[in-house]
Write a protein that binds this ligand. Structure first.
Ligand code: SF4
Ligand code: SF4
Ligand code: SF4
Length: 297
């Protein structure tokens, strides 16, 4: 059969229609937080940067101090999250204004790390906590690439030479402790508190309403950002969330887009098969029509 422009356009139109149908069929809904999910509220206006939470985190998780940047001393002085640091306090500046910033896993409502983890090593457990299972982790580090907050860290020191299986390290909201997060327990200022996500959101709104103009944008970061997070942030007026190191994200969870595309194209191979069948049917029909036209001639 001669490939004419008309045939090609017809084929493309059917292919488009099949892809559109598959899109509708496989569109991935964003996950919503359940009422019993827990999290933390960090109010940067209350934090004094004492780093008691950072130390308590290490103790509660059996992590050694990181003295690499301590000018030869033994003081625990990590500069960022790393394989022995699940929680970090940093100074954040925005022009003339400055404040403190606490960073750990955000326990996203619809986490990108869970979405990309092919081994199911990262997964949601009771309370919405994003947990990690080192026994199933294959060390691919896709979670590091997928996380929009740059949270998961890899134990490079164990990989070269291989001492033992290197793991991913990240906060699991102290799920091994009945008392809840150690960082919240020790904070002398109540700058970071633990509770149900819904209650924490209500508390954030109460603080904002009680002191108009005190907070940046009069909202808590994490309520909707990137589909929502279970760790929520209040920043002082004059210090943007971006200055705290929190990225600007759409309201839709990132996995909603990536999985819709992925599932549409590859789930069970149905979409490609349907596409191939449709293209073949159109070509056969065109061939028949071409034959009939030639007979008429
Ligand atoms: S912050 Fe990163 S590691 Fe933590 S749940 Fe979200 S995507 Fe996963
Ligand atoms: S919840 Fe636990 S692991 Fe997470 S930052 Fe706080 S102390 Fe560290
Ligand atoms: S313990 Fe509280 S006040 Fe001290 S650095 Fe941590 S969050 Fe800030």
């Amino acid at each position: 059969m001669e490939i004419t422009r008309r045939n090609l356009l017809k084929t493309a139109a059917v292919a488009g229609a099949v892809a559109a149908v598959a899109d509708v069929a496989e569109a991935r809904e964003g996950r919503r937080a359940a009422p019993d999910e827990v999290g933390m509220l960090y109010d940067s206006t209350l934090c004094v940067g004492c780093r008691a939470c950072q130390t308590a985190c290490k103790v509660a998780n059996g992590l050694p101090p990181d003295a690499r940047d301590a000018s030869g001393g033994e003081y625990d002085a990590p500069l960022d999250l790393n394989a022995t640091t699940k929680n970090i306090i940093k100074l954040a500046t925005d022009g003339p204004a400055s404040t403190y910033m606490k960073m750990q896993c955000m326990h996203c409502v619809d986490p990108a790390c869970v979405s990309v983890c092919m081994a199911g090593a990262l997964h949601k457990v009771a309370g919405g906590i994003v947990a990690y299972n080192p026994r199933t982790c294959v060390g691919c580090r896709y979670c590091q690439i997928g996380c929009p907050f740059n949270v998961p860290k890899f134990e490079w020191s164990k990989s070269l030479p291989v001492v033992e299986d290197p793991k991913i390290v990240k906060c699991e909201l102290c799920r091994h402790r009945q008392e809840g997060p150690a960082c919240c327990e020790v904070c002398p200022r109540g700058a970071v508190i633990y509770g149900k996500r819904t209650a924490l959101l209500a508390e954030a709104r109460r603080r904002i309403a009680a002191q108009p103009g005190k907070y940046f944008e009069d909202r808590a970061y994490g309520e909707v950002d990137g589909g929502g997070t279970s760790v929520l942030y209040l920043s002082p007026a004059g210090v943007s969330f971006q200055a705290l190191g929190l990225p600007t994200l759409p309201r839709e969870p990132l996995p909603q887009l990536s999985e819709t595309v992925q599932h549409t194209t590859y789930k069970w191979g149905l979409a490609p098969i349907a596409l191939y069948a449709a293209v073949t049917a159109v070509q056969l029909r065109n061939r028949k029509a071409d034959g009939a036209a030639k007979e008429e001639e």
